[in-house]
Design a protein around this ligand. Structure first.
Ligand code: IVH
Length: 703
């Protein structure tokens, strides 16, 4: 979880203490009591938050902090093995920002600008168990688990059951041939040292999905408990006291590191050399020249991981040049120059910043949690529906709580748990409003359901949003009524301004929305943030203010205020000051319309909405709303279809030259433009003796 909510060291200290207690409790439950109280994904987010806080305040790190821990304690039953070089662990990254931060850390420490001279090696992070293998004179003599990083367990017998693990290394001849065919250059001549007296190789033991399923089927048939995941089975099998059980489970192995110097210069060469001497290395691992290539690799495998025969939980990114890698050294118990760039968790931890109430079509009120944005299952989410008051009570949720959020059925965000241990005492109880947030009518309760006493309320609100995004208003393509309904129902939008702060992940999280269409909608919304004043006024849906009146009003307001209406908030301020007689001065605006405009701008809800639109980035396009020009004061009415241009374009031309357009023919009309199949307006024009022009004549007028 981002640590933005922590404002100072005091708060950090309190949060760090709470996080440590909680992480330790979950670990204990999992390892000692065999109870998984929280998913690994969620636990990872807690650990990451602790890590980030400790990185910000390093003097708060204590040696017993969970961040300082590597692996598990060795079991009593196995012989102890001391690793000559400690087996380190990796720090985690969950986002691009984390990765940039990682680069900064290395650059600061080594004084080498890594972002410029970058060269990375990307590996699939296999979800298994790390082991170390010792070869003496080319023969496998001992294998051990990581243990606490310094002391592990001798599991040689069990490891010998793994086919992928060579019991002896290839001969000098074979290795030489492989080195050549793999194109590895710059190694020390093999004849000087082969077979190596001593070689240490590290890698990951894992179980394929097929094998995992087969084992679980057997467990099931035997009426035994099924295993939770392949990694647990792999770990359990390696640490079996009876090697026959290990042998019955077909474990697999990928090598990823070599401890020793054979003249290799890069981590890529480590891998090639491992392959040359007979180890199985992962074929998908790949060098990346830039961080963007790293991101590409990460994104690709994030969405293709299910196709692999084994589970991966991220990408290990390593500084490729060994010299720089070594120079970067170790931080805590992890190398500074390597990082585990995890895939987005299916569960994450974040804070409920607020609980708001959303109004359904029939006026039902639904509470929705506003979350501090967090990545879950590959998308950023910021809302989770709470369904009803019962759900809030069941969860024991307060505003300000730290919670676990998942994407139910991998789609809709759902709060599954409140982490009571992380309460600070500042959390607030949520009170259901007594009045509808939409129209202020009293709220009625019926069992767990609340509804606005005005039955039309929800529907009216929806209509106003459909209008807001419609063709002649904000013209947000792709955001039709159905989609607006979905957004409202999911609690993503409570007013028009919320449209502008939607996140891609919010949209994608809704069923049937793909990544691409989510991206498109967000892009379209962003493109439409700047709008002309007439359109903007029209979009507000002020009673009696249609398109034409919006134009007249916009022009009048602009004249009165000399280009000062740049944002929605400016309009709000100017609108609230406008006087009735100023409005009367505008042609066509009579007492009823004037009152409606004045009422609109003096309603506090609208002031807030305009301010929110301003904050959401909506801006008003500065364009000349011409009062001069050759058509000044002339009024046009259209009837029938134009051949050479759309009616909308024709209207814009008229306005650009200072003229006006109205819908109805009256004695005040100067021209009726008659297109094909002109209707009753033409009759009316004849009746009132209004000048009638053809399309051609009209074009001549405006050209
Ligand atoms: S490189 C300093 N490469 O992830 C450790 N590790 O917490 C360098 N892992 O302990 C490890 N796949 O158990 C590396 N391709 C890979 C890996 C990998 C899985 C595990 C390993 C390590 C842990 C990091």
């Amino acid at each position: 979880m981002p640590i933005g909510h922590i404002k100072n060291k005091e708060e950090a200290k309190e949060r760090i203490t709470q996080l440590r207690v909680l992480i330790n409790r979950y670990r204990y439950a999992y390892h000692v009591l065999d109870r998984e109280e929280i998913s690994e994904d969620a636990l990872d987010t807690l650990k990451k938050e602790l890590f980030d806080l400790e990185a910000r305040y390093p003097d708060l790190i204590t040696s017993d902090s969970p961040t300082q821990r590597v692996g598990g304690e060795p079991l009593e039953a196995f012989q102890k093995v001391t690793h000559e070089t400690p087996m380190l662990s990796l720090n985690d990254a969950f986002s691009k920002e984390d990765m940039h931060e990682w680069i900064r850390r290395i650059s600061n420490f080594t004084k080498v600008d890594v972002s410029r001279n970058s060269d990375f090696y990307c590996e699939l992070k296999i979800d298994g168990l790390a082991i170390e293998l010792l070869y003496e004179n080319g023969i496998f003599v001992r294998g051990s688990t990581r243990g606490d990083g310094v002391i592990g367990e001798d599991v040689t017998y069990n490891l010998k059951t793994i086919d992928a693990l060579p019991l002896s290394l290839l001969s000098q001849e074979e290795v030489e041939k492989n080195i050549k065919s793999l194109g590895i250059q710059g190694l020390k001549p093999l004849s000087h040292y082969w077979p190596l007296k001593k070689l240490m190789v590290r890698g990951e033991v894992f179980l394929t999905r097929n094998e995992f399923n087969r084992i679980n089927e057997e467990q099931h048939k035997a009426g035994k408990k099924e295993y939770a995941n392949p990694r647990n089975v792999a770990a359990g099998s390696v640490r079996q006291l009876d090697p026959r059980i290990t042998a019955s489970r077909k474990l697999d192995f990928f090598a990823y590191d070599i401890v020793g110097d054979v003249g290799q210069h890069t981590h890529e060469e480590d891998h090639l050399f491992l392959k040359a001497i007979g180890f199985k290395v992962n074929e998908h691992n790949k060098r990346a020249k830039t961080l963007d290539e790293v991101f590409e690799f990460h994104t690709y495998w994030g969405s293709h991981r299910e196709r692999l025969q084994y589970e991966i939980d991220g990408v290990v990114v390593i500084i490729n040049k060994n010299e720089l890698y070594d120079k970067a050294g170790v931080i805590g118990k992890a190398p500074r120059a390597a990082i585990a760039y995890k895939f987005s968790p299916k569960e994450a931890i974040t804070i409920v910043e607020d609980i708001v109430v959303q109004v359904g079509r029939t006026g039902t009120l639904t509470p929705v949690a506003i979350l501090r944005p967090v990545g879950v299952g590959g998308v950023i989410i910021s809302h989770a529906t709470l369904h009803n008051i019962d759900e809030i009570e069941r969860l024991g949720l307060k505003i300000g709580d730290t919670i676990i959020v998942t994407r139910a059925g991998d789609v809709i965000p759902k709060i599954t748990k409140v982490l009571l241990e992380l309460r600070t005492g500042k959390e607030k109880i949520f009170q259901f409003p007594t009045h509808c947030p939409q129209d202020g009518s009293p709220v009625l309760r019926n069992g767990v359901a609340y509804r606005c006493s005005n039955k039309g309320c929800g529907a009216r609100f929806r209509e106003s949003l459909y209008h807001f995004v419609s063709r002649h208003a904000f013209d947000i393509r792709g955001l039709g009524a159905k989609i607006i309904d979905r957004f409202i129902d999911e609690g993503l939008i409570k007013d028009a301004a919320d449209i502008f702060t939607l996140k891609e992940g919010d949209i994608e999280a809704l069923q049937r929305f793909g990544k691409k269409s989510a991206e498109n909608i967000i892009k379209e919304i962003k493109n439409k943030k700047t709008i002309t004043l007439p359109r903007f006024i029209y979009s507000l849906g002020i009673v009696h203010v249609g398109e034409e009146t919006a134009h007249l009003l916009a022009r009048a307001l602009n004249d009165l205020n000399k280009d000062q209406i740049i944002t929605p908030r400016d309009l709000g301020e100017i609108g609230s000051r406008i006087k009735e007689d100023e409005l009367y001065a505008i042609q066509d605006i009579g007492p009823v319309v004037a009152k409606s405009i004045i009422d609109y701008f003096n309603d506090m809800h609208h002031t807030i909405l305009l301010k929110k639109l301003h904050e959401g980035g909506v801006r008003i396009k500065q364009e000349a709303l011409s009062r001069s020009g050759r058509l000044r004061g002339k009024r046009f009415v259209f009837t029938g279809t134009l051949k050479t241009l759309s009616r909308e374009a024709a209207k814009e031309k008229i306005r650009a030259y200072g003229g006006d357009v109205s819908e109805l023919v009256s004695s005040k009309t100067d021209y009726v433009v008659a297109g094909e199949e002109a209707g009753s307006k033409l009759e009316k024009a004849k009746e009132l003796n209004v000048k009638i022009v053809s399309e051609e004549e009209f074009l001549a007028l405006i050209e």
